[in-house]
Write a protein that binds this ligand. Structure first.
Ligand code: CA
Ligand code: CA
Length: 194
């Protein structure tokens, strides 16, 4: 789907519904269901916007480790940045089990992190969805926007079955979605042409 422009970063923050992606690439028998073109996924309650994306099929047969992320199915988002510098990556995610709770993220084609995400039932949790912002080793997931203008944010599959609802890129390293980390977060950013 052509949305007519890039997401607009403002004040060091940009928020995107994952289902409003700007491109989608199926690879090696795997795909992101719910990414445009195609209807958003809606079966797991608690999503925002029009739904979410999910890596499928969830057969646990293959994990795209960091050295093979370019072989993994991908979705992309175009963002116009005016604020340069370090952004922390926050993903609102969900998964059916611990073999379905991670993804790779990047900027302009480079890999910037392999994120440990969230699965239902983790730690006795009662929410289907939570925001996560760390790599698998516990360090923060970051991107560096070195120049103003349009850049492309990428999500690649790592483990199949992973669901992602929303993306926030923020210069605030301490952001917590109030009233708790399962909350929606800020409204989706507008788009514009540049
Ligand atoms: Ca899986
Ligand atoms: Ca969504």
């Amino acid at each position: 789907m052509f949305w007519g422009g890039a997401f607009i970063e403002s004040g060091g923050s940009v928020v995107m519904e994952t289902e409003n992606n700007d491109g989608k690439f199926n690879r090696n028998g795997y795909r992101w269901d719910g990414a445009a073109p195609g209807s958003p996924q809606t079966a797991t309650d608690g999503w925002h916007g029009d739904g979410y994306i999910a890596a499928r099929p969830n057969d646990d047969l293959r994990v795209f480790f960091a050295n093979g992320y370019l072989d993994a199915p991908e979705v992309v988002y175009n963002v116009n940045f005016t604020t340069t510098g370090t952004y922390f990556v926050y993903l609102r995610s969900s998964g059916p089990d611990a073999k379905s709770d991670s993804a790779h993220v990047g900027l302009d084609g480079a890999l910037n992190g392999s994120m440990a995400l969230y699965f239902i039932g983790e730690g006795g949790a009662t929410s289907n969805w939570k925001w996560r912002s760390n790599n698998n080793d516990g360090t923060r997931t970051k991107i560096n926007v070195s120049t103003p203008g349009i850049h492309t944010f990428h999500i690649f599959m790592r483990e199949d079955g992973t669901r992602i609802d929303r993306i926030r890129l923020s210069t605030n390293k301490d952001w917590v979605a109030n009233p708790n980390d399962s909350a929606k977060g800020p409204d989706e950013s507008p788009r514009g042409t540049f």
